[in-house]
Design a protein. Structure first.
Length: 339
């Protein structure tokens, strides 16, 4: 079963061809980072316009890389939501047009489920039941995925997503967008214990998250001490120390909750997916704690953590397998909010 996947939920225009949910035949991502960087975040209207320009060439490149004609894929899978409506509509329209013109079934995919399927791309896929943390720019949510494939929400953020906190802190430090990538690069040169930023563990057994407090703590710190490098001797403190301390606080909360969820549910396999799962410090701490607690950790390759269409094609394949095939109708609409 060869599936063409299409993803346009935020600021990446992506298309990919995947065979049987695991064999990646092509993977094309056109990033809009340069377009949004001057604004310090994604501008929805600009995102839609850039998707319109990029979508057909990106799909064309994905088919070319896979050495396939337009007619060759067995189905078209596309992200239906959640995401920016104008952005989603571009991918959806392209997928519907291909589905109609080429008479191929259309498979609508939930973006969070797509992120989860990135964990199934590597060797030794997770065994269910599985605890899965989806941690991205829009979401921070812990799920238990049962053997039947159903996902139950164990906890989520009560305010900002973890990636959003990275982006907002980077913005207030003038580091550009997306913030997680920049902070990840700077932090290894800093001392993670330099500043004790608050870690919101919530109530004793809680699996919920809150990241607005740490963002405010960093903003207050900068208000009190100025931007790094602004002092007479080149700054009252080092940017690297601030980045490392902020990152450490976020990482410790994420790691603690993943372990807490797995132990609480007596589940052995854990997966961490989504853009923030590309963070090197998070990956290192997860490996350490998984080994210590006897958990089997599944981390997608970094390129499959951030938005891509391989995960959409993979999720489409499993949806098809689960449901026995029942294509989505062509009047399918974009869903800005969807668990
Ligand atoms: O999954 P994703 O590409 O898009 C959403 O579905 O939101 O995630 C993007 C988020 C951004 O907030 C970005 O700053 C963050 O993931 N991110 C990272 C890293 N790479 C991307 N955060 C921390 N470290 C990284 N290396
Ligand atoms: Zn995403």
């Amino acid at each position: 079963m060869i599936i063409l996947g299409i993803e346009t939920s935020c600021d990446e225009t992506a298309a990919a061809v995947v065979k049987d949910g695991t064999v990646v035949l092509s993977d094309v991502v056109a990033s809009q980072v340069a377009v949004h960087t001057p604004y310090g975040g994604v501008v929805p209207e600009l995102a839609s316009r850039k998707h319109v320009e990029a979508i057909l060439p990106v799909i064309g490149r994905a088919l070319e890389q896979a050495d396939l004609t337009r007619e060759a894929p067995d189905a078209v899978a596309v992200t239906q939501g959640p995401g920016l409506v104008g952005a989603l509509l571009v991918g959806l329209s392209a997928a519907k047009a291909m589905s109609y013109a080429l008479d191929k079934p259309l498979i609508a995919v939930n973006h969070l489920e797509a992120h989860m399927h990135a964990a199934f791309l590597g060797k030794g896929p997770p065994e269910k039941p599985l605890v899965c943390l989806v941690v991205s720019g829009g979401h921070t949510a812990l799920y238990q995925v049962d053997p039947g494939g159903g996902a139950r929400l164990l906890g989520g953020t009560r305010d900002d997503a973890a990636g959003e906190a990275f982006d907002k802190v980077a913005k207030l430090l003038g580091l550009g967008y997306p913030g997680g990538v920049v902070i990840d690069r700077i932090a290894p040169q800093g001392n993670p214990q330099a500043f004790p930023f608050p870690k919101a563990f919530m109530e004793k057994e809680s699996l919920d998250f809150s990241f607005s407090g740490i963002k405010t703590a960093v903003a207050n710190f900068v208000r009190r001490h100025g931007l790094p490098g602004s002092g007479p001797q080149g700054g009252p403190y080092r940017l690297e120390d601030l980045a490392a301390s902020f990152q450490e606080a976020v990482v410790e909360v994420l790691v603690t909750k993943v372990v807490r969820a797995a132990n609480g549910a007596a589940v052995r396999d854990v997966a961490v997916v989504g853009g923030v799962a590309a963070n090197e410090r998070l990956r290192m701490r997860l490996r350490e704690e998984a080994a210590y607690h006897g958990l089997t950790l599944h981390l997608p390759e970094s390129r499959y953590c951030t938005d891509n269409a391989v995960m959409v094609a993979a999720a489409g394949y499993y949806a098809w397998k689960r449901a026995g095939f029942c294509p989505n109708p062509l009047d399918l609409d974009a869903r800005s909010r969807w668990y």
